[in-house]
Design a protein around this ligand. Structure first.
Ligand SMILES: NC(=O)C1=CN([C@@H]2O[C@H](COP(=O)(O)OP(=O)(O)OC[C@H]3O[C@@H](n4cnc5c(N)ncnc54)[C@H](OP(=O)(O)O)[C@@H]3O)[C@@H](O)[C@H]2O)C=CC1
Ligand SMILES: O=C1O[C@H](COP(=O)(O)O)[C@@H](O)[C@H](O)[C@H]1O
Length: 507
Protein backbone atom coordinates (compact mmCIF):
# COMPACT_ATOMS: atom_id res chain seq x y z
CA UNK A 1 0.00 0.00 0.00
CA UNK A 2 1.46 3.35 -0.99
CA UNK A 3 2.70 5.41 1.95
CA UNK A 4 2.51 2.65 4.54
CA UNK A 5 5.30 1.89 6.99
CA UNK A 6 5.01 -1.88 7.37
CA UNK A 7 7.21 -2.63 10.36
CA UNK A 8 5.57 0.15 12.37
CA UNK A 9 2.17 -1.42 11.84
CA UNK A 10 2.93 -4.97 12.87
CA UNK A 11 3.96 -6.25 16.26
CA UNK A 12 5.08 -9.61 17.53
CA UNK A 13 3.67 -9.72 21.05
CA UNK A 14 0.36 -7.86 20.87
CA UNK A 15 -1.97 -8.59 23.79
CA UNK A 16 -5.37 -9.24 22.28
CA UNK A 17 -7.25 -10.90 25.13
CA UNK A 18 -6.94 -12.45 28.61
CA UNK A 19 -5.29 -9.25 29.84
CA UNK A 20 -5.45 -7.34 33.11
CA UNK A 21 -4.02 -3.84 33.40
CA UNK A 22 -3.03 -2.97 36.97
CA UNK A 23 -2.53 0.73 37.77
CA UNK A 24 -0.33 1.08 40.86
CA UNK A 25 -0.71 4.48 42.51
CA UNK A 26 -4.31 4.58 41.30
CA UNK A 27 -5.19 7.28 43.85
CA UNK A 28 -2.56 9.72 42.53
CA UNK A 29 -2.23 12.74 40.28
CA UNK A 30 -0.79 11.02 37.22
CA UNK A 31 -3.41 8.27 37.37
CA UNK A 32 -6.13 10.90 37.55
CA UNK A 33 -4.81 13.26 34.88
CA UNK A 34 -3.25 10.88 32.37
CA UNK A 35 -3.38 7.13 32.99
CA UNK A 36 -7.10 6.59 33.53
CA UNK A 37 -8.25 9.14 30.92
CA UNK A 38 -5.93 7.43 28.39
CA UNK A 39 -7.17 3.95 29.33
CA UNK A 40 -10.73 5.19 29.01
CA UNK A 41 -9.98 6.79 25.63
CA UNK A 42 -8.54 3.50 24.35
CA UNK A 43 -11.40 1.50 25.84
CA UNK A 44 -14.01 3.72 24.24
CA UNK A 45 -12.38 3.41 20.83
CA UNK A 46 -12.11 -0.38 21.14
CA UNK A 47 -8.30 -0.47 21.32
CA UNK A 48 -7.92 -2.36 24.60
CA UNK A 49 -7.73 -6.17 24.56
CA UNK A 50 -11.05 -8.02 24.41
CA UNK A 51 -12.68 -8.38 27.84
CA UNK A 52 -9.90 -6.38 29.47
CA UNK A 53 -10.06 -5.83 33.24
CA UNK A 54 -8.53 -2.82 34.93
CA UNK A 55 -7.42 -3.05 38.54
CA UNK A 56 -6.41 -0.01 40.60
CA UNK A 57 -3.98 -0.47 43.49
CA UNK A 58 -2.81 2.04 46.14
CA UNK A 59 -2.61 2.44 49.90
CA UNK A 60 -5.70 4.67 50.19
CA UNK A 61 -8.66 2.70 51.46
CA UNK A 62 -11.68 3.01 49.18
CA UNK A 63 -14.73 0.86 48.61
CA UNK A 64 -15.96 0.10 45.12
CA UNK A 65 -18.51 2.92 45.08
CA UNK A 66 -15.98 5.50 46.14
CA UNK A 67 -13.43 4.26 43.60
CA UNK A 68 -15.97 4.34 40.80
CA UNK A 69 -17.02 7.84 41.81
CA UNK A 70 -13.39 8.92 41.52
CA UNK A 71 -13.05 7.30 38.12
CA UNK A 72 -16.19 9.10 36.91
CA UNK A 73 -14.67 12.43 37.90
CA UNK A 74 -11.61 11.70 35.72
CA UNK A 75 -13.56 11.38 32.46
CA UNK A 76 -15.00 14.17 30.35
CA UNK A 77 -18.34 12.92 29.04
CA UNK A 78 -19.63 16.25 27.64
CA UNK A 79 -23.14 14.89 28.39
CA UNK A 80 -22.77 12.66 25.36
CA UNK A 81 -24.88 9.50 25.93
CA UNK A 82 -22.39 7.34 24.01
CA UNK A 83 -19.51 8.49 26.25
CA UNK A 84 -21.62 8.21 29.41
CA UNK A 85 -22.47 4.61 28.48
CA UNK A 86 -18.79 3.85 27.77
CA UNK A 87 -17.83 5.29 31.17
CA UNK A 88 -20.36 3.00 32.87
CA UNK A 89 -18.97 0.02 30.94
CA UNK A 90 -15.42 1.02 31.88
CA UNK A 91 -16.35 1.13 35.56
CA UNK A 92 -17.94 -2.29 35.26
CA UNK A 93 -14.55 -3.76 34.29
CA UNK A 94 -12.68 -1.76 36.95
CA UNK A 95 -11.90 -2.93 40.48
CA UNK A 96 -9.68 -1.63 43.25
CA UNK A 97 -7.46 -3.22 45.88
CA UNK A 98 -5.79 -1.27 48.64
CA UNK A 99 -2.47 -2.31 50.10
CA UNK A 100 1.05 -1.22 50.91
CA UNK A 101 3.93 -1.02 48.44
CA UNK A 102 6.45 -2.69 50.72
CA UNK A 103 4.76 -5.80 52.10
CA UNK A 104 4.73 -9.05 50.12
CA UNK A 105 1.46 -10.07 51.83
CA UNK A 106 -0.33 -7.08 50.32
CA UNK A 107 0.78 -8.23 46.85
CA UNK A 108 -0.45 -11.75 47.62
CA UNK A 109 -3.89 -10.20 48.15
CA UNK A 110 -3.54 -8.41 44.82
CA UNK A 111 -2.47 -11.65 43.16
CA UNK A 112 -5.47 -13.54 44.55
CA UNK A 113 -7.75 -10.86 43.10
CA UNK A 114 -6.07 -11.18 39.70
CA UNK A 115 -6.36 -14.97 39.83
CA UNK A 116 -10.08 -14.70 40.60
CA UNK A 117 -10.52 -12.63 37.43
CA UNK A 118 -8.39 -15.05 35.41
CA UNK A 119 -10.37 -18.04 36.65
CA UNK A 120 -13.12 -16.86 34.28
CA UNK A 121 -10.88 -17.02 31.15
CA UNK A 122 -11.72 -19.58 28.48
CA UNK A 123 -8.03 -20.51 28.00
CA UNK A 124 -5.07 -20.85 30.36
CA UNK A 125 -3.25 -17.83 28.89
CA UNK A 126 -3.11 -14.88 31.32
CA UNK A 127 -1.39 -11.55 30.62
CA UNK A 128 -0.67 -8.83 33.15
CA UNK A 129 0.46 -5.26 32.51
CA UNK A 130 1.55 -3.26 35.57
CA UNK A 131 1.55 0.54 35.24
CA UNK A 132 3.68 2.38 37.83
CA UNK A 133 1.89 5.70 38.50
CA UNK A 134 4.03 5.93 41.62
CA UNK A 135 6.71 8.07 43.20
CA UNK A 136 10.19 6.71 42.38
CA UNK A 137 10.86 6.06 46.08
CA UNK A 138 8.71 2.91 45.84
CA UNK A 139 9.68 1.73 42.32
CA UNK A 140 12.09 -0.94 43.60
CA UNK A 141 9.94 -2.58 46.33
CA UNK A 142 6.96 -2.57 43.97
CA UNK A 143 9.01 -4.10 41.14
CA UNK A 144 10.28 -6.78 43.54
CA UNK A 145 6.88 -7.58 45.04
CA UNK A 146 5.19 -7.76 41.66
CA UNK A 147 7.84 -10.13 40.33
CA UNK A 148 7.79 -12.34 43.40
CA UNK A 149 4.04 -12.35 44.12
CA UNK A 150 2.17 -11.39 40.95
CA UNK A 151 4.17 -12.77 38.01
CA UNK A 152 2.27 -15.17 35.74
CA UNK A 153 4.04 -18.12 34.17
CA UNK A 154 1.46 -18.78 31.48
CA UNK A 155 1.42 -15.45 29.68
CA UNK A 156 3.06 -12.07 29.20
CA UNK A 157 4.07 -9.78 32.09
CA UNK A 158 4.99 -6.14 31.43
CA UNK A 159 5.81 -3.11 33.57
CA UNK A 160 5.30 0.47 32.41
CA UNK A 161 7.46 2.86 34.41
CA UNK A 162 7.32 6.67 34.63
CA UNK A 163 10.16 9.14 34.92
CA UNK A 164 12.14 10.35 36.84
CA UNK A 165 14.66 7.58 36.22
CA UNK A 166 17.22 8.77 38.75
CA UNK A 167 18.70 12.19 39.47
CA UNK A 168 22.11 11.77 37.88
CA UNK A 169 24.22 9.10 36.20
CA UNK A 170 25.01 7.11 39.36
CA UNK A 171 21.50 7.14 40.81
CA UNK A 172 20.00 6.25 37.41
CA UNK A 173 22.39 3.31 37.06
CA UNK A 174 21.53 2.15 40.55
CA UNK A 175 17.79 2.37 39.87
CA UNK A 176 18.12 0.65 36.50
CA UNK A 177 20.14 -2.22 37.88
CA UNK A 178 17.76 -2.69 40.83
CA UNK A 179 14.75 -2.87 38.48
CA UNK A 180 16.66 -5.20 36.15
CA UNK A 181 17.04 -7.71 38.95
CA UNK A 182 13.32 -8.38 38.58
CA UNK A 183 12.20 -7.26 35.11
CA UNK A 184 13.96 -7.83 31.79
CA UNK A 185 14.48 -5.07 29.26
CA UNK A 186 11.90 -6.74 27.03
CA UNK A 187 9.30 -6.62 29.82
CA UNK A 188 10.06 -2.99 30.72
CA UNK A 189 8.48 0.03 29.03
CA UNK A 190 10.00 3.32 30.26
CA UNK A 191 7.70 6.19 29.41
CA UNK A 192 8.84 9.55 28.16
CA UNK A 193 5.44 10.87 27.17
CA UNK A 194 6.92 13.22 24.57
CA UNK A 195 7.63 10.13 22.47
CA UNK A 196 3.86 9.59 22.27
CA UNK A 197 3.10 13.08 20.95
CA UNK A 198 1.84 13.07 17.39
CA UNK A 199 4.32 15.62 16.05
CA UNK A 200 7.28 13.91 17.73
CA UNK A 201 6.20 10.67 16.07
CA UNK A 202 5.98 12.58 12.80
CA UNK A 203 9.66 13.61 12.95
CA UNK A 204 10.85 10.30 11.53
CA UNK A 205 8.47 10.57 8.59
CA UNK A 206 9.24 14.23 7.94
CA UNK A 207 12.95 13.51 7.94
CA UNK A 208 13.21 10.22 6.12
CA UNK A 209 10.23 10.28 3.78
CA UNK A 210 11.12 13.66 2.23
CA UNK A 211 14.19 13.68 0.06
CA UNK A 212 14.18 17.48 -0.17
CA UNK A 213 14.31 17.94 3.59
CA UNK A 214 16.80 15.11 4.01
CA UNK A 215 19.18 16.74 1.54
CA UNK A 216 19.42 19.94 3.58
CA UNK A 217 19.62 18.24 6.97
CA UNK A 218 23.21 18.90 8.03
CA UNK A 219 25.89 21.42 8.94
CA UNK A 220 26.23 22.58 5.33
CA UNK A 221 22.74 24.06 5.34
CA UNK A 222 21.69 24.46 8.97
CA UNK A 223 23.03 27.31 11.10
CA UNK A 224 21.40 26.56 14.45
CA UNK A 225 18.51 24.66 16.01
CA UNK A 226 16.32 25.62 18.96
CA UNK A 227 14.07 23.18 20.81
CA UNK A 228 11.80 25.19 23.07
CA UNK A 229 9.36 24.27 25.85
CA UNK A 230 7.24 27.07 27.36
CA UNK A 231 4.59 26.78 30.04
CA UNK A 232 2.48 29.79 31.05
CA UNK A 233 2.06 28.62 34.67
CA UNK A 234 4.42 28.14 37.60
CA UNK A 235 4.83 25.21 39.96
CA UNK A 236 1.62 26.16 41.78
CA UNK A 237 1.57 23.67 44.64
CA UNK A 238 3.93 21.13 42.98
CA UNK A 239 6.97 23.09 44.17
CA UNK A 240 7.94 20.44 46.72
CA UNK A 241 8.43 17.88 43.95
CA UNK A 242 9.84 20.34 41.45
CA UNK A 243 12.45 21.85 43.76
CA UNK A 244 14.13 18.49 44.18
CA UNK A 245 14.55 18.19 40.41
CA UNK A 246 14.63 21.61 38.69
CA UNK A 247 13.94 22.46 35.06
CA UNK A 248 16.80 20.50 33.52
CA UNK A 249 15.80 17.17 35.10
CA UNK A 250 12.10 17.91 34.63
CA UNK A 251 12.12 18.60 30.89
CA UNK A 252 15.50 19.03 29.16
CA UNK A 253 17.27 15.79 30.10
CA UNK A 254 14.31 13.70 28.97
CA UNK A 255 11.64 15.29 26.77
CA UNK A 256 13.79 17.77 24.83
CA UNK A 257 16.76 15.42 24.51
CA UNK A 258 14.44 12.76 23.07
CA UNK A 259 13.27 15.26 20.45
CA UNK A 260 16.88 16.20 19.71
CA UNK A 261 17.92 12.58 19.25
CA UNK A 262 15.17 11.85 16.71
CA UNK A 263 15.90 15.10 14.92
CA UNK A 264 19.60 14.35 14.52
CA UNK A 265 20.01 10.56 14.35
CA UNK A 266 21.03 8.82 11.14
CA UNK A 267 18.44 6.95 9.10
CA UNK A 268 17.64 3.65 10.87
CA UNK A 269 17.93 0.42 8.89
CA UNK A 270 14.24 -0.23 9.61
CA UNK A 271 11.47 1.10 11.79
CA UNK A 272 12.00 -1.68 14.32
CA UNK A 273 12.41 -0.53 17.92
CA UNK A 274 16.03 -1.64 18.19
CA UNK A 275 17.11 -0.12 14.88
CA UNK A 276 15.61 3.24 15.87
CA UNK A 277 17.01 3.17 19.38
CA UNK A 278 20.46 2.09 18.16
CA UNK A 279 20.62 5.24 16.02
CA UNK A 280 19.37 7.46 18.85
CA UNK A 281 22.03 6.12 21.19
CA UNK A 282 24.71 6.55 18.53
CA UNK A 283 24.01 10.25 18.04
CA UNK A 284 23.68 10.90 21.79
CA UNK A 285 27.08 9.31 22.31
CA UNK A 286 28.56 11.99 20.03
CA UNK A 287 27.44 14.75 22.40
CA UNK A 288 29.94 15.77 25.10
CA UNK A 289 28.76 16.89 28.56
CA UNK A 290 27.28 20.40 28.51
CA UNK A 291 29.68 23.21 29.42
CA UNK A 292 28.83 25.82 32.07
CA UNK A 293 29.44 28.54 29.46
CA UNK A 294 26.72 27.00 27.32
CA UNK A 295 24.11 27.31 30.07
CA UNK A 296 21.68 30.01 31.17
CA UNK A 297 19.54 29.52 34.27
CA UNK A 298 16.55 31.52 35.46
CA UNK A 299 13.91 31.61 38.21
CA UNK A 300 10.58 33.44 37.95
CA UNK A 301 9.67 36.24 40.29
CA UNK A 302 6.29 37.79 41.09
CA UNK A 303 4.82 39.97 38.34
CA UNK A 304 1.46 40.90 36.83
CA UNK A 305 -0.35 39.85 40.01
CA UNK A 306 1.15 36.36 39.82
CA UNK A 307 3.34 34.89 42.57
CA UNK A 308 7.06 34.22 42.21
CA UNK A 309 8.55 30.74 42.59
CA UNK A 310 9.64 31.52 46.15
CA UNK A 311 6.09 32.59 47.04
CA UNK A 312 4.90 28.97 46.53
CA UNK A 313 4.49 27.58 50.06
CA UNK A 314 5.72 24.17 48.94
CA UNK A 315 9.09 25.64 47.81
CA UNK A 316 11.92 25.83 50.40
CA UNK A 317 12.73 29.46 51.34
CA UNK A 318 15.63 30.99 49.36
CA UNK A 319 15.67 28.11 46.90
CA UNK A 320 17.90 28.75 43.89
CA UNK A 321 16.38 25.95 41.87
CA UNK A 322 16.13 26.93 38.18
CA UNK A 323 12.60 27.17 36.76
CA UNK A 324 14.13 28.15 33.41
CA UNK A 325 17.14 26.62 31.68
CA UNK A 326 18.77 27.05 28.29
CA UNK A 327 21.66 24.78 27.35
CA UNK A 328 23.54 24.42 24.09
CA UNK A 329 24.61 20.97 22.95
CA UNK A 330 27.15 20.10 20.26
CA UNK A 331 27.23 16.92 18.23
CA UNK A 332 30.67 15.76 17.22
CA UNK A 333 29.94 13.81 14.08
CA UNK A 334 30.42 14.60 10.38
CA UNK A 335 26.78 15.62 9.90
CA UNK A 336 26.48 18.09 12.76
CA UNK A 337 29.97 19.34 13.72
CA UNK A 338 29.69 23.04 14.64
CA UNK A 339 25.89 23.30 14.68
CA UNK A 340 24.57 24.56 18.05
CA UNK A 341 21.45 22.83 19.40
CA UNK A 342 19.85 25.13 21.95
CA UNK A 343 17.47 23.37 24.34
CA UNK A 344 15.41 25.78 26.44
CA UNK A 345 12.53 25.30 28.82
CA UNK A 346 10.77 27.41 31.38
CA UNK A 347 7.79 27.61 33.68
CA UNK A 348 5.69 30.78 34.16
CA UNK A 349 6.53 32.14 30.71
CA UNK A 350 4.43 34.21 28.31
CA UNK A 351 2.76 31.33 26.46
CA UNK A 352 2.23 27.57 26.17
CA UNK A 353 4.34 26.25 23.32
CA UNK A 354 6.70 23.44 22.41
CA UNK A 355 8.49 23.78 19.08
CA UNK A 356 11.59 22.97 17.09
CA UNK A 357 13.05 25.87 15.09
CA UNK A 358 15.66 24.95 12.51
CA UNK A 359 17.37 28.03 11.12
CA UNK A 360 19.15 27.58 7.83
CA UNK A 361 22.28 29.45 6.77
CA UNK A 362 22.26 32.72 4.82
CA UNK A 363 21.94 32.54 1.05
CA UNK A 364 24.91 33.97 -0.80
CA UNK A 365 24.62 37.74 -0.75
CA UNK A 366 25.12 39.85 -3.91
CA UNK A 367 21.82 39.82 -5.72
CA UNK A 368 20.08 40.06 -2.34
CA UNK A 369 20.74 42.35 0.57
CA UNK A 370 19.68 41.34 4.09
CA UNK A 371 17.40 38.60 2.90
CA UNK A 372 15.73 36.58 5.67
CA UNK A 373 16.96 33.10 6.48
CA UNK A 374 14.83 30.05 5.86
CA UNK A 375 13.46 28.48 9.00
CA UNK A 376 11.65 25.20 9.38
CA UNK A 377 9.38 25.33 12.41
CA UNK A 378 7.88 22.13 13.80
CA UNK A 379 5.25 23.01 16.38
CA UNK A 380 4.69 20.08 18.71
CA UNK A 381 1.97 21.82 20.73
CA UNK A 382 -0.49 23.45 20.87
CA UNK A 383 -2.07 22.99 17.45
CA UNK A 384 0.45 20.81 15.62
CA UNK A 385 2.00 22.50 12.60
CA UNK A 386 5.02 22.44 10.31
CA UNK A 387 5.88 25.57 8.41
CA UNK A 388 8.84 26.59 6.30
CA UNK A 389 9.62 30.28 6.36
CA UNK A 390 10.84 31.16 2.90
CA UNK A 391 11.32 34.18 0.69
CA UNK A 392 9.01 34.86 -2.23
CA UNK A 393 8.52 37.66 -4.69
CA UNK A 394 5.96 40.18 -3.52
CA UNK A 395 3.09 40.00 -6.04
CA UNK A 396 3.09 43.02 -8.35
CA UNK A 397 4.92 44.78 -11.11
CA UNK A 398 8.19 45.07 -9.27
CA UNK A 399 10.72 42.59 -7.92
CA UNK A 400 10.96 42.56 -4.20
CA UNK A 401 11.37 39.56 -1.93
CA UNK A 402 9.36 39.10 1.20
CA UNK A 403 9.40 36.43 3.88
CA UNK A 404 6.40 34.14 3.75
CA UNK A 405 5.73 30.48 4.56
CA UNK A 406 4.65 27.08 3.35
CA UNK A 407 2.27 26.04 6.05
CA UNK A 408 1.05 22.62 7.15
CA UNK A 409 -1.24 23.37 10.06
CA UNK A 410 -2.87 20.10 11.10
CA UNK A 411 -6.23 21.60 12.01
CA UNK A 412 -6.55 22.96 8.50
CA UNK A 413 -5.03 20.08 6.55
CA UNK A 414 -6.36 17.20 8.66
CA UNK A 415 -9.56 18.79 9.91
CA UNK A 416 -11.31 15.47 10.52
CA UNK A 417 -8.40 13.70 12.20
CA UNK A 418 -8.46 12.98 15.92
CA UNK A 419 -4.97 13.51 17.30
CA UNK A 420 -4.41 10.84 19.98
CA UNK A 421 -3.28 11.78 23.45
CA UNK A 422 0.39 10.86 24.04
CA UNK A 423 -0.54 8.47 26.83
CA UNK A 424 -3.11 6.71 24.65
CA UNK A 425 -0.49 6.14 21.97
CA UNK A 426 2.09 4.86 24.44
CA UNK A 427 -0.19 2.54 26.41
CA UNK A 428 -1.35 1.07 23.11
CA UNK A 429 2.28 0.55 22.03
CA UNK A 430 3.04 -1.20 25.33
CA UNK A 431 0.05 -3.50 24.81
CA UNK A 432 1.36 -4.26 21.33
CA UNK A 433 4.82 -4.96 22.70
CA UNK A 434 6.35 -2.20 20.56
CA UNK A 435 9.30 -0.57 22.33
CA UNK A 436 10.09 2.03 19.62
CA UNK A 437 8.64 4.91 21.61
CA UNK A 438 10.01 3.89 24.99
CA UNK A 439 13.39 4.72 26.46
CA UNK A 440 16.03 1.97 26.36
CA UNK A 441 18.45 1.57 29.30
CA UNK A 442 21.49 2.73 27.31
CA UNK A 443 19.66 5.81 26.01
CA UNK A 444 19.09 6.79 29.58
CA UNK A 445 22.69 6.18 30.53
CA UNK A 446 24.05 8.38 27.76
CA UNK A 447 21.43 11.09 28.43
CA UNK A 448 22.59 11.30 32.04
CA UNK A 449 26.25 11.44 30.93
CA UNK A 450 25.47 14.59 28.94
CA UNK A 451 23.66 16.35 31.79
CA UNK A 452 25.26 15.06 35.01
CA UNK A 453 28.27 17.46 35.18
CA UNK A 454 26.08 20.53 34.70
CA UNK A 455 23.55 19.20 37.24
CA UNK A 456 26.28 18.60 39.79
CA UNK A 457 27.49 22.18 39.24
CA UNK A 458 23.92 23.48 39.76
CA UNK A 459 23.56 21.29 42.86
CA UNK A 460 26.78 22.79 44.27
CA UNK A 461 28.61 19.45 44.37
CA UNK A 462 31.93 21.02 43.36
CA UNK A 463 31.67 24.52 44.83
CA UNK A 464 29.32 27.48 44.99
CA UNK A 465 25.90 26.98 43.40
CA UNK A 466 25.11 29.26 40.43
CA UNK A 467 22.33 31.80 41.03
CA UNK A 468 19.59 31.77 38.41
CA UNK A 469 18.75 35.05 36.69
CA UNK A 470 15.35 36.41 37.76
CA UNK A 471 12.58 36.78 35.17
CA UNK A 472 9.06 38.13 35.65
CA UNK A 473 6.14 35.67 35.69
CA UNK A 474 4.55 35.81 32.24
CA UNK A 475 7.68 37.07 30.43
CA UNK A 476 9.78 35.41 27.70
CA UNK A 477 12.42 34.39 30.23
CA UNK A 478 15.56 36.05 31.65
CA UNK A 479 16.64 39.23 29.85
CA UNK A 480 19.97 37.51 29.09
CA UNK A 481 18.18 35.02 26.82
CA UNK A 482 18.33 37.08 23.62
CA UNK A 483 22.10 37.53 23.91
CA UNK A 484 22.50 33.85 24.79
CA UNK A 485 20.74 32.70 21.62
CA UNK A 486 22.39 35.29 19.40
CA UNK A 487 25.84 34.17 20.44
CA UNK A 488 25.15 30.88 18.65
CA UNK A 489 24.43 32.65 15.39
CA UNK A 490 20.63 32.87 15.53
CA UNK A 491 19.32 35.78 13.44
CA UNK A 492 15.87 37.08 14.29
CA UNK A 493 13.52 37.58 11.32
CA UNK A 494 13.26 41.16 10.16
CA UNK A 495 10.27 43.30 11.10
CA UNK A 496 8.83 42.83 7.61
CA UNK A 497 7.96 39.20 8.36
CA UNK A 498 4.23 38.63 8.70
CA UNK A 499 3.79 35.74 11.10
CA UNK A 500 1.42 32.95 10.12
CA UNK A 501 -1.92 32.77 11.89
CA UNK A 502 -1.20 32.80 15.59
CA UNK A 503 -4.81 32.98 16.73
CA UNK A 504 -4.97 29.26 17.30
CA UNK A 505 -8.47 29.50 18.72
CA UNK A 506 -9.74 30.61 15.33
CA UNK A 507 -8.55 27.43 13.60
N1 LIG B 1 1.58 14.06 37.90
C1 LIG B 1 2.06 14.28 36.68
O1 LIG B 1 1.55 15.10 35.91
C2 LIG B 1 3.24 13.50 36.18
C3 LIG B 1 3.83 12.53 36.97
N2 LIG B 1 4.87 11.79 36.46
C4 LIG B 1 5.49 10.72 37.26
O2 LIG B 1 4.51 9.76 37.59
C5 LIG B 1 4.75 9.21 38.86
C6 LIG B 1 3.53 9.43 39.74
O3 LIG B 1 3.31 10.81 39.87
P1 LIG B 1 2.08 11.43 40.65
O4 LIG B 1 0.84 10.67 40.35
O5 LIG B 1 2.10 12.88 40.41
O6 LIG B 1 2.50 11.14 42.16
P2 LIG B 1 1.63 11.19 43.47
O7 LIG B 1 2.41 11.98 44.46
O8 LIG B 1 0.24 11.59 43.21
O9 LIG B 1 1.72 9.67 43.94
C7 LIG B 1 0.93 8.62 43.38
C8 LIG B 1 0.37 7.77 44.51
O10 LIG B 1 1.46 7.15 45.20
C9 LIG B 1 1.22 7.14 46.60
N3 LIG B 1 2.29 7.89 47.28
C10 LIG B 1 2.51 9.21 47.30
N4 LIG B 1 3.61 9.51 48.01
C11 LIG B 1 4.08 8.35 48.47
C12 LIG B 1 5.19 8.00 49.26
N5 LIG B 1 6.04 8.90 49.72
N6 LIG B 1 5.39 6.69 49.53
C13 LIG B 1 4.56 5.76 49.06
N7 LIG B 1 3.49 6.05 48.29
C14 LIG B 1 3.25 7.32 48.00
C15 LIG B 1 -0.11 7.80 46.82
O11 LIG B 1 -1.10 6.77 46.88
P3 LIG B 1 -1.52 6.05 48.21
O12 LIG B 1 -1.12 6.89 49.37
O13 LIG B 1 -2.99 5.87 48.06
O14 LIG B 1 -0.78 4.77 48.12
C16 LIG B 1 -0.36 8.59 45.56
O15 LIG B 1 -1.73 8.68 45.26
C17 LIG B 1 6.00 9.90 39.37
O16 LIG B 1 7.09 9.10 39.05
C18 LIG B 1 6.02 11.20 38.59
O17 LIG B 1 7.30 11.72 38.47
C19 LIG B 1 5.34 11.97 35.19
C20 LIG B 1 4.80 12.94 34.37
C21 LIG B 1 3.74 13.80 34.80
O1 LIG C 1 7.02 15.63 32.48
C1 LIG C 1 6.56 16.75 32.60
O2 LIG C 1 5.88 17.29 31.58
C2 LIG C 1 4.93 18.30 31.83
C3 LIG C 1 4.58 18.91 30.48
O3 LIG C 1 3.94 17.93 29.70
P1 LIG C 1 3.03 18.40 28.48
O4 LIG C 1 2.60 17.13 27.85
O5 LIG C 1 1.91 19.19 29.07
O6 LIG C 1 3.87 19.25 27.60
C4 LIG C 1 5.47 19.36 32.78
O7 LIG C 1 4.45 20.28 33.10
C5 LIG C 1 5.96 18.68 34.04
O8 LIG C 1 6.55 19.65 34.89
C6 LIG C 1 6.95 17.61 33.71
O9 LIG C 1 7.23 16.85 34.89
Amino acid sequence: MSGSIPSMETSHDALRDNTIIVVLGASGDLAKKKTFPALFGLYRQGFLPRDVKIVGYARTKMDKAEYHKRLSSYFKTNDDPEIIKAAEDFKAVSTYISGSYEEPEAFQVLNSHLEEIEAGYASKEANRVFYFALPPSVFVPVAKNLKEQCYVANGVNRVIVEKPFGKDLDSARELLSSLKEYWTEDETFRIDHYLGKEMVKNLLVLRFANIALGAAWDKNFISNVQITFKEPFGTEGRGGYFDEFGMIRDVLQNHLLQVLSILTMERPVSFSAEDIRDEKVKVLRSIPPIAKEDTLLGQYVAANGKPGYLDDDTVPPNSICPTFAATTLWIHNPRWEGVPFILKAGKALNEAKVEVRIQFKDVTQGIFKDIARNELVIRIQPSEAVYLKMNAKTPGLYTRAMPTEMDLTYKRRFAEAKIPEAYEALILDALKGDHSNFVRHDELDVAWKIFTPILHWIDGKNGARPRPAPYPYGSRGPKELEGFINKYGFKRASDSYVWPVTNLASL
